[in-house]
Write a protein that binds this ligand. Structure first.
Ligand code: GYE
Length: 327
């Protein structure tokens, strides 16, 4: 737990501890009895992400025996790389990386390995040699997408024409790659589904509102049957834009599907404006802490720890149910 101390002291004395783009946080101290964990989080782009960060903070509390160094990268991979280097300099015991995209981690993971610090990947995956990290904790995004497309194929069975708009998540992130692959496979299978547009909503409400508004302005309000949004927040922005252009979302109008099933997403679904929400569990803190406990105990790990998912339609929801959801 104190493996980086000599270096840390040297850095403190020489004033080299400052890392651009990172907030200063108290380094581990000599009498530290806690397991020190550095978490590099993507940002705060969505309701899901905020719930995920809260879950990490709650799991890695002092009461639970941890000292948490938490870095929000504001959706920039370079900030995540700086955060990991900072954790290495500080000599943390474990690094938890929630990577924004899959590519580009190999060299910084090697640096962590050379420093002897185990890395756990959480949420999205990394495209790097599996020896460079311990395991991954997160959802199966392709399976989530396939749940949505199976429901859609049943809903649109027998329709001669289905016009589709696709709002994608952050390009190159596993959540985008998996959910997109499921829709593209469904488009290939269903000759009567036509893709009108595929646009990057970056998992945010604001970007999705913007791209959808621009599309509607340029395309003179075409008939739209389905909008496939890769998270709840994208659905909020897209629906807002559609409604401003006079579309009705829900029964008898545009079918909007999305992923996450945060409380807000479920409320919009209960109100009928979202027709299907596929759940994606953001509460990854406890599972990640369990992985660290296993490592501390010298137990072998699985290559992946996945969370379960289910679907919701308006009929499945009530205010009581939503209020009791933990996120
Ligand atoms: O769906 C979205 C967030 O990676 C599963 O990222 C996560 C996704 C989630 O911004 O809301």
């Amino acid at each position: 737990m104190r493996r980086g101390l000599p270096l840390l002291l040297a850095l403190l004395l020489t004033g080299l501890l400052w890392v651009p783009g990172c907030r200063r946080q108290d380094p581990p101290t000599e009498d530290e009895d806690l397991i020190v964990v550095g978490v590099s989080q993507v940002g705060a782009e969505s309701d899901w992400r905020v719930a995920c960060s809260e879950s990490m903070k709650a799991a890695f509390s002092e009461e639970n025996g941890y000292r948490l160094l938490f870095e929000d990268a504001q959706q920039k991979q370079e900030n995540q790389i700086l955060a990991i280097r900072k954790f290495i300099q500080l000599g943390v015991d474990y690094i938890v990386l929630l990577p924004i995209v899959e590519e580009g981690w190999e060299s910084v993971l090697l640096e962590a390995e050379e420093a002897g610090i185990p890395v756990i990947v959480a949420d999205r995956a990394v495209d790097a040699s599996p020896e460079l990290y311990e395991t991954r904790v997160g959802s199966d995004f392709l399976a989530e997408g396939e749940m949505a497309t199976a429901w859609l194929e049943e809903k649109f069975a027998g329709r001669s024409q289905v016009s589709v708009i696709h709002i994608q998540g952050t390009p190159g992130s596993t959540a985008q790659v998996g959910r997109t692959a499921a829709l593209e496979a469904a488009l290939d299978r269903n000759w009567n589904w036509t893709l009108l547009a595929q646009m990057d909503g970056d998992f945010t409400q604001a970007k999705s509102y913007e791209v959808m508004t621009n599309f509607l302005a340029e395309n003179h309000s075409p008939p739209i049957d389905l909008v496939y949004c890769e998270n709840d927040n994208e659905a909020f922005g897209t629906i807002q834009a559609l409604e401003e252009y006079g579309y009705v979302c829900g029964a008898g109008g545009v079918t909007v599907v999305c992923f996450d099933a945060t409380r807000n997403g479920l409320r919009w679904c209960m109100d009928g404006r979202i027709s299907l929400v596929v759940e994606c569990d953001p509460l990854l803190g406890p599972l990640t802490a369990q992985v660290i406990e296993k490592l501390e105990a010298g137990e072998a790990l699985k290559t992946e720890y996945s969370t379960a998912q289910r679907c919701f339609t308006p009929q499945d929801l009530s205010e009581d149910f939503i209020a009791q959801r933990p996120y």
